[in-house]
Every structure is written in C-alpha cells, then in structure tokens.
Design a protein around this ligand. Structure first.
Ligand SMILES: *[C@@H]1O[C@H](CO)[C@@H](O)[C@H](O)[C@H]1NC(C)=O
Ligand SMILES: *[C@@H]1O[C@H](CO)[C@@H](O)[C@H](O)[C@H]1NC(C)=O
Ligand SMILES: *[C@@H]1O[C@H](CO)[C@@H](O)[C@H](O)[C@H]1NC(C)=O
Ligand SMILES: *[C@@H]1O[C@H](CO)[C@@H](O)[C@H](O)[C@H]1NC(C)=O
Ligand SMILES: *[C@@H]1O[C@H](CO)[C@@H](O)[C@H](O)[C@H]1NC(C)=O
Ligand SMILES: *[C@@H]1O[C@H](CO)[C@@H](O)[C@H](O)[C@H]1NC(C)=O
Ligand SMILES: *[C@@H]1O[C@H](CO)[C@@H](O)[C@H](O)[C@H]1NC(C)=O
Ligand SMILES: CC(=O)N[C@H]1CO[C@H](CO)[C@@H](O)[C@@H]1O
Length: 761
C-alpha cells in the first residue's frame, strides 16, 4: 500500500514536471530551486528569483534561454519615457527617470523646477500642477528634449535639398537657381557669353548661343570650314574661303566639284582590237581574244602560254611555234603519250608490273611511293607473287631456310614455294604428312588396298585420305581391277575409241608382256594413211611407223624378250618417237629415240582403232577393210600375257572391250609351265611354248617327246592344231590349209564381224 502511494506521488511529480517542462526541454522551471539532473546534456541549472530557473550550457556557452529569463526589463516596468536599466548579475532592473519623475518605476511626477529639468537650455517655469519648460527655438517637448525639424515645411524650392540645423535650415540649390530658398532663376546670359553677335538664349541652368551663318561652336566662336563636308570629288583638293570653297581637281577630272572624268580612251590607245577600259585619269587595254598582250595589246602572245604540253612537260617558244620537252616516261609531240614500260612483261614468276606513271595507284599499292610525282614517273615496279623477290621477282625465296618441315621431313625449295617430303617413321609405324609434315596421317588406318596394293596415306585440304599403289597386274583406286589378260592363239583385243585421251597432241602407250614367242604382234594402230606397229621380231621389241605405206620410223631394242618373263615397254609419241624397255633384265641401250622429228605425230595419237595381240585376220582383203586396218602385218598374233596396258593414263581392261571386239582373251594370266611334268624323254630339253611345249631332243631321238629315233631339231606343236580346230564345233577354217596357230576360224556377216572366242588350250 505504501509502495503504491509512493509510485503515485512519483507519477504525479513526473507528470507535472513534464507538463511544465514542455516549453523548455532543459529544465523544470516550476521548481524554486535547481534539482539535480534537471538540466540535460551537461548544462548547468541557474536559479533566478520569481521562480525562474534556466539551464546554462556552459560547455558551449549557450545561454539564450537564460538571457530571456534574465532580462528584467523585458516587461517594460519603467513608466513613461523612463529608461529601464538591467543590473548585471542579479536579474534585477533600475528605472532611470526623466526629469520631473521619480520613484522605483518613475511613476511619480515631481512638481518643482529642480536640477536640469529642461534640456537644451530650456527655461523652467513653476506651475501649480507641474513645471513647464520654455524651449529655445529649434526644440520642443515637455522637457525640450526634442529637436524641432525646420525642413518639415519644405522651405527649399526648385528641387533644392533642405538641411535641418539647430533652429534653422539650409537650402542647397540645383544648378540654375539661387537665393536662400533657391527660388531665384539665374540668368546665364548676363555674362554675354555668345561671340560674333550671336543671340544668347537664357535657359534653366544654362544658355544657348544661336550662331549666325559661317560661325559655330558653343559660343559661336568658330568660323565654319566649308571644306569639311568634302564637297570636291575624285581626290580633288578643297580650298576653303570665307563663305565658300573651291575645288582643285586631280588630273583627269573636270567640273565644279571635279565630278566629270576625262575619257582617256578617246585617243584609242589599245592596238590589235584590244578593248579600252576608261579609268580614273587612266585606261587599260583588255586584250582578251586578240592574240596579243602587253599594255596596249602590242605583243604577240607566246604559244606556250596556252600550256599545250601535257604531263608536266616544259614548253619552249620558238619563232612561230613551240617545242614540248617531255619528262622521262612520256613521249609524243605534246608529251601526251605515257610510255608503257610494262609492255615487255619484265616481271617474272607472275609478278605484277605497275608503271610508275599510274598516278591513281599511288597511296594504295605497296611498292609505289606514297605520292605521285612526274619526276619519278618513268619506269615500273614489279609486285612479286609470294615466294619471289628481286627487282624483277627473279629471285626465288628459299623457304627451306625457315626449316618448315617437321618430324624429320626433308624440305625441297620450289619456285615461290616449298615442298616437304615426309618420312614414314618405322618405329612408331607412323606416316607424317600435310604441308609441314606436322600431321600424323590416318588415311590408311581403316582402308586396305586389295591385291597387295600399298596404301599411301595423305592429308589434303584438311582431309585424311589414301591412295593405293597397285602392284603390276592391278589397277583402280583399291587395286581391285585386274589388268592382266591372257591371249590364246589368234587372240586379239580391239579398242575402238578413246585411244588417245591425253591433253594435247602427244600420247603414250605402255604395257607389260610375257611370252616365249620370238615373233608376235603386240599392237597395231592404223588408218588409210598412217599405221603404227609394236612387234616382237626375233625376241626383240620393234616399233615402226608407216605413212602412205612408206616406212618412216623403225625403232628396236636388241634385247631378247622371248624368255617367258615380264617385260615393260613404253612408247611415247611426241615430236619424236621414243621406245623404251624398262626394268627387268634389260641393262643397256634399253631406250631408243627417232633421230628426226616425226611428221604427223598428232595423227598417230589421233588414231582411233587399236588392236592388241593380233588382228581378226584371215586372208580375205575384205575383212581387213571392214576392220579399218589397212596395213596388215605379217607378224603372227601374240600368244602370252599382257598387263597394265595404258593408253595415256587409261588402263585397258576387258571392261573396255564390248563383246565381239575380242577373241581368245581372258582375264588373268593362264601361262602354264608345260615343262613342269618333264615331258621330254631321253634327256631332251623341254621348251615351254605357252600353249604347249617343245622338246629339243638329243640324237638319235626325235619326236615330240624325243621318244622316236626320227630326225631331230624340228619343233612340233605339242597339241596338233588341225585336230584342235576340226574338233571344235561351229568352227570352220576359211582356208583349208592350217599351217600356223594364226589361222583362225571366223564368220563374216554383213557389216559385222562376229567372233567366236574359243579356248584353244
Ligand atoms: C542532448 O545531446 C544529444 C547529443 O548531443 C542531442 O541528440 C539531444 O537532442 C540533446 N538534448 C537536448 C534536450 O538538447
Ligand atoms: C558530459 O560531460 C562529461 C565530462 O565532462 C563527458 O564525459 C560527457 O560525455 C558529457 N556528456 C554529454 C552528453 O555531452
Ligand atoms: C607450315 O609452316 C609454315 C612456315 O613455318 C607456316 O607458315 C604454315 O602455316 C604451316 N602450315 C601448316 C598447315 O601448319
Ligand atoms: C606418258 O605416261 C606417263 C605416265 O604413265 C605420264 O606421266 C606422261 O605424262 C605421259 N606422256 C604423255 C605425252 O602423255
Ligand atoms: C631368246 O631367249 C630364249 C629363251 O632364253 C631362247 O630360247 C631363244 O633362242 C632366244 N632367241 C634369240 C634370238 O636369241
Ligand atoms: C589382198 O591384198 C594383197 C596385198 O595387200 C594382194 O597382194 C592380194 O592380191 C589381195 N587379195 C585379194 C583376193 O584381193
Ligand atoms: C576402261 O574402263 C575403265 C573402267 O570402266 C575406265 O576407267 C577407263 O577409262 C577405260 N579406258 C579406256 C581407254 O576407255
Ligand atoms: C505554478 C506552479 O505550477 N507551481 C507548482 C510548483 O511545484 C509545486 C510542487 O513542487 C506545486 O505545489 C506548485 O503548484
């Protein structure tokens, strides 16, 4: 209970303190004395009488609040005109009473003339109620305390300034007025300021002189100069005279004001039709179009003036003409022709020739100076292709000096370029390739060449690929095509078109052959006029060309090829004919060439019909003409194998031969060693003849197998051909006399030869 009351009291106290303190946050003013903590923020509570307290911020010397409360004069406690004076430090005041008053607040009026009641020398007069001050002039008020303002009645006139003084005033006049009150106007003409009998007009604060003619100036003291208006024209001199002037004209002008120009052109001074243009005391001659020049168009214009020479040439006048002296690189009478220094194509290896006179190329063509000048316009520069340098691009840059080939590749410098020959790394079994041998070649990892072809990988245009290097007897991208052909007796292959597929007039024939025949026809091409034959004669390769049945070329290589081994022969037909036996057993003089150029070598290449191995030949001349073969050879047809037959770059296989254009030709080489079974008895030597064998018997044995005691040394066919042919159904020999394997049977139909291919083995 007791606690509750205390809390209540405290609440009352606090709330009342709060109400009182609303006006001033610093303190509780109600309290008659300062409570501790009543002032916040370190300000000090200050006590004043009449229950006035305030807080003094001593730290910041802020005491505004205290000031208001401290001023005891704030409520104007002193009566009348008494002065309230603060008593410092106490918060109290003192009233200083005016004369005639007394009391604490000057509320009491005195009624005696004591002291200096009247101010400013006023005289005090006693009065029953209160004394009266008689004020000296200029003062007023009960105690003469007020100075009387004499200017209040505006005594000064005409805009003058009034200055109040004790018991008086002064007027300060504006110019033009005078007098005590500035009410008198000054007559400025009194002093007679205007000269030369001018009339003086008095005005306020000034005067004006009205001058007679011929005079001017404020006081008309100046005589007027008639020349001042510059009345004389065209540079004339003005002579002033009293009341007038005269003009002394410049040469070429006339008139009172020299306004008239004398016409100097009247005398026609311009020659040769020149136009005279009159001027000020002068003239000039316009010679335009007259062909003359000079002051009076008296001189002929030099022809060089018309700049007739082109291309910065120098012009030289002569007696009646002119000469152009050209700058180097230009020619022509007017130097109008730019000499084409590039016409000789001086830049090599594809370098671009740029004339130094190509003005429009300057500034954007490397190799030319930055700006054109006629001095350097003669000649040319070569702008070389990459990889070349030198004035004429004649020097090949050796790109191999930069060692561009990686991974052990060897560098070959080429004109304008280089080539890396990349190695095959045997240890890692890696092929390198690409431009700089930097690529590991992957072309062969998944591709296999057939028939023992060798896979060669390459890297071109960012693609891995491979090519197959085919062994003899195979061709095609994967060596899948068999190029080996077996020719049986009287076998032949007729290739009718596309024999020459090369570009240009030159061509190529190559083939490999294998035979034991000493004499055989390998190939014949012919038409009515020209024929070319490749034959074996006595085991040697012969090439012959006949034109109009005349032998033109005969080439042969004296190397025995009838040994049953493969031989490669190549015929190259250019302006000369070349016959070459390549590789194998041929060691010397394996190439021979026609000594003189062959006319018609183009027509040899252009021949369309080629027969390989033989001709579909009987003895009827008819058949020959049908076959388009005009120069029928006597050589026996080929028995053996041909392989890799190429006309230019094209392989000839059985695919190229339509049915009916071949006979007794089969894919592959069916050569059989007839001697393997040792058919020759009694120590006879066996000779494999492809279609049979032959025994060379020792005496006294004879016979096909050296069994008989007959005459020896005469070769005999192992398989009697007459029997072979007569046994064959549908085959009818055209000639009854079968002597050699070349005699074949064939049927000739109208315009068509139909061949029956027979296996003669
Ligand atoms: C006291 O001082 C603080 C900080 O200086 C200020 O925020 C606050 O307003 C002051 N109080 C009063 C009542 O002036
Ligand atoms: C008051 O004064 C004391 C000592 O001078 C000081 O430490 C304190 O910070 C001051 N307080 C304020 C609110 O200024
Ligand atoms: C090959 O090397 C040359 C010179 O080092 C370089 O400029 C070129 O880019 C290289 N080529 C490739 C395909 O990396
Ligand atoms: C002859 O053939 C070879 C390749 O077999 C070829 O490189 C050459 O260019 C050919 N010559 C002519 C004149 O066709
Ligand atoms: C060529 O060689 C074969 C086989 O060696 C032989 O039989 C033949 O007599 C030879 N021919 C000539 C003309 O030497
Ligand atoms: C066939 O031609 C040859 C010469 O090429 C000639 O000697 C022969 O008489 C001709 N035979 C016939 C039947 O016309
Ligand atoms: C032969 O045939 C092959 C495959 O069809 C072809 O690529 C080639 O060009 C032909 N040769 C000739 C000479 O027509
Ligand atoms: C005028 C006024 O509010 N005076 C109060 C001052 O404070 C006391 C108590 O501290 C009150 O009793 C007064 O009424």
């Amino acid at each position: 209970m007791k606690l509750k009351r205390t809390a209540y009291l405290l609440f009352l106290y606090l709330s009342s303190s709060l109400l009182i303190c609303i006006k001033n946050s610093f303190c509780n003013k109600n309290n008659t004395r300062c409570l501790s903590g009543s002032c916040q923020n370190n300000s000090t509570c200050k006590h004043f009488p009449q229950d006035n307290n305030c807080c003094l911020d001593t730290a910041n010397n802020l005491d505004k609040d205290c000031e208001d409360l401290k001023d005891p004069c704030f409520s104007s406690p002193c009566q009348g005109i008494a002065t309230c004076v603060k008593i410092p430090g106490e918060g109290n005041f003192l009233c200083q009473c005016p004369p005639g008053y007394s009391g604490l607040n000057c509320e009491t009026a005195t009624n005696s003339c004591g002291g200096h009641l009247c101010q400013h020398g006023g005289t005090c007069r006693k009065d029953p109620e209160h004394p009266v001050c008689i004020c000296p002039p200029g003062y007023a008020g009960r105690f003469c305390e007020t100075d009387h303002n004499e200017c209040a009645s505006s005594p000064c006139h005409n805009g003058a300034m009034c200055q109040d003084e004790i018991n008086g005033y002064s007027c300060y006049c504006v110019p033009g007025y005078q007098g005590r009150h500035c009410d008198l106007e000054v007559d400025e003409c009194v002093s007679d300021p205007c000269k030369n009998e001018a009339v003086c007009l008095n005005e306020i604060g000034r005067y004006t002189c009205v001058c007679p003619q011929q005079f001017s100036g404020v006081n008309c003291e100046l005589e007027i100069d008639e020349c001042r208006s510059q009345p004389c024209l065209h540079g004339a001199t003005c002579q002033d005279a009293p009341g007038g002037y005269s003009c002394d004209c410049a040469p070429g002008f006339l008139g009172e004001h020299c306004e008239l120009s004398v016409n100097e052109c009247e005398s026609q001074p311009c020659l040769h039709g020149g136009l005279c243009v009159d001027g000020r005391n002068s003239y000039h001659c316009d010679c335009t179009g007259s062909g003359f020049t000079g002051m009076h168009c008296e001189s002929l214009i030099p022809l060089c003036w018309s700049k007739p020479c082109h291309n910065d040439a120098t012009c030289e006048d002569t007696v009646d003409s002119y000469i152009c002296h050209c700058r180097p690189g230009y020619t022509g009478a007017l130097c109008e022709t730019d000499i084409n220094e590039c016409s000789s194509n001086p830049c090599q290896f594809g370098g671009e020739c740029v004339e130094l006179s190509s003005e429009d190329l300057y500034g954007n063509t490397a190799g030319l100076p930055s700006s054109f000048s006629y001095v350097g316009a003669s000649g040319y520069v070569c702008i070389c292709q990459p990889g070349f340098t030198g004035i004429h691009c004649e020097e090949d840059v050796d790109e191999c000096l930069l060692h561009p080939c990686l991974n052990g590749g060897t560098c070959e410098n080429l004109p304008g370029n280089y080539a890396c020959h990349c190695p095959f790394d045997d240890t890692s079994r890696t092929f390198y390739g690409g431009e700089n041998c930097s690529e590991i070649l992957l072309g062969c990892t998944h591709h296999q060449c057939l028939n023992n072809g060798k896979c060669i990988p390459h890297f071109q245009n960012g693609q891995h690929g491979f090519t197959c290097q085919c062994p003899s007897g195979y061709a095609g991208p994967l060596c899948e095509t068999v190029t080996t052909l077996s020719f049986g007796s009287n076998g032949f292959l007729w290739v009718t078109s596309g024999s020459h597929t090369g570009i240009g007039p030159e061509c190529n024939i190559s083939l490999r052959f294998q035979t034991v025949q000493p004499n055989a026809l390998l190939l014949i091409r012919s038409n009515k006029d020209v024929s070319m034959k490749l034959e074996l004669l006595n085991g040697c390769v012969h090439l012959s060309v006949e034109v109009w049945n005349q032998l033109k070329v005969l080439l042969s290589i004296s190397h025995n090829t009838s040994d049953g081994e493969w031989h490669f022969v190549e015929v190259t037909i250019t302006e000369t004919l070349t016959l070459a036996l390549v590789g194998g057993s041929c060691k010397e003089k394996c190439t021979t060439k026609s000594s003189v150029p062959v006319e018609n070598h183009q027509s040899i290449c252009a021949l369309q019909d080629s027969f390989l191995g033989g001709l579909p030949m009987g003895t009827t001349n008819n058949s020959v003409s049908v076959l388009n073969i005009y120069n029928v050879p006597s050589t026996p047809s080929f028995v053996g194998c041909l392989q890799d037959i190429r006309f230019d770059l094209n392989h000839i296989t059985l695919e190229n031969v339509s049915s009916g254009l071949s006979s007794n030709v089969k894919a592959g080489c069916l050569g059989k060693d007839w001697c393997e079974s040792q058919p020759c008895q009694n120590r006879g030597r066996c000779i494999n003849l492809w279609q049979g064998y032959q025994c060379e018997c020792d005496r006294p044995y004879t016979g096909s197998n050296c069994l008989k005691g007959e005459r020896s040394g005469v070769p005999q066919s192992a398989v009697p051909l007459s029997r072979a042919i007569s046994n064959h159904p549908g085959c009818r020999p055209l000639l009854g006399n079968i002597r050699t394997p070349q005699d074949l049977c064939w049927y000739l139909f109208t315009n068509e030869i139909k061949w029956h291919s027979h296996d003669m083995y």
